[in-house]
Design a protein around this ligand. Structure first.
Ligand code: ZN
Length: 266
């Protein structure tokens, strides 16, 4: 069995600064997995149990075990059943490490040596400049799945924000700096990608449900439980007994008790 932790360490230590500054974090091991993957997950008492990945959350994923129970498991506690998938997914990890190295170099070159760099779980947001803690965040999904020149532009876009300051927004000062560092001086150059991504995610979340499924969702401060009575293209009709709601698929959760498997327990 190829241990994920070993595999991940290789990327983690691929560059001195990436390792020293802990740019890659354990949750970045998410790149090794997709929804629907058949995996083995570690449990302290039972060893490795088989399951299927249902949802990729920022730090852990939801795994449906063979006995129908759901667990949230840290990415480092997973192994692929199909080991050949590891090589394919390792390409993403390689890409993530490359983006980390490249972004670090670009930040240094533009005088942001003291700023830190991390990857975020953000799917709608390609990058973010956090002034308060002097950090640049790049979306992990963006880094591994979009064209390198798009990712590079996102890095430069955030560098321009860091240099222009919080109050510059996407105004003239930011635009001038963006041009100087080589970024496209537009606030959202990849709107199209974002829209396509949103459409794809929508289909993925719809696929997880069937008519008759018992689901829960949050609405107006309360938590509702009901059964899916109809699958419309954008929303499910959920019958909650005294009321029927139209709920976007992304807001639905399967109604089952989710038990938490903490990182330190295996
Ligand atoms: Zn911006």
């Amino acid at each position: 069995m190829i241990m994920l932790a070993e595999q991940f360490r290789e990327f983690y230590h691929s560059d001195e600064r990436v390792a020293d500054e802990k740019i890659l974090q354990s949750q970045d091991a998410q790149v090794f997995f997709d929804v629907g993957d058949r995996i083995l997950f570690a449990r302290n008492t039972d060893g490795w149990l088989p399951g299927t990945i249902e949802k990729l959350n920022p730090k852990r994923c939801v795994v449906l075990a063979a006995d129908g129970k759901r667990w949230t498991v840290s990415y480092m506690a997973l192994q692929h059943v199909d080991e050949s998938l590891m090589d394919e997914r390792a390409l993403r990890a390689r890409r993530l490490a490359d983006v980390a190295i490249r972004a670090r170099q670009m930040m240094d070159r533009h005088g942001l040596r003291h700023w830190s760099l991390h990857f975020s779980h953000g799917e709608r947001e390609l990058g973010r400049c956090q002034f308060r803690d002097q950090a640049i965040l790049i979306s992990r999904n963006h880094a591994v799945s979009h064209a390198p020149e798009c990712v590079e532009d996102t890095i430069l876009h955030e560098i321009a924000h860091a240099l222009a300051g919080h109050y510059a927004g996407h105004g003239p000062k930011w635009k001038a700096i963006a041009l100087r560092v080589g970024a496209i001086p537009k606030s959202r150059p990849y709107e199209k990608n974002l829209v396509e991504g949103a459409a794809r995610r929508h289909l993925e979340s719809r696929d997880k449900f069937r008519r008759g499924d018992r689901v829960s969702f949050a609405f107006s401060g309360g938590q509702f439980v009901g059964d899916i009575v109809r699958m419309n293209p954008k929303c499910a009709k959920v019958d909650c007994g005294n009321r029927v709601f139209s709920v976007p698929y992304s807001l639905l959760e399967h109604r089952q008790d989710i038990r938490v498997l903490r990182k330190g327990t295996f």
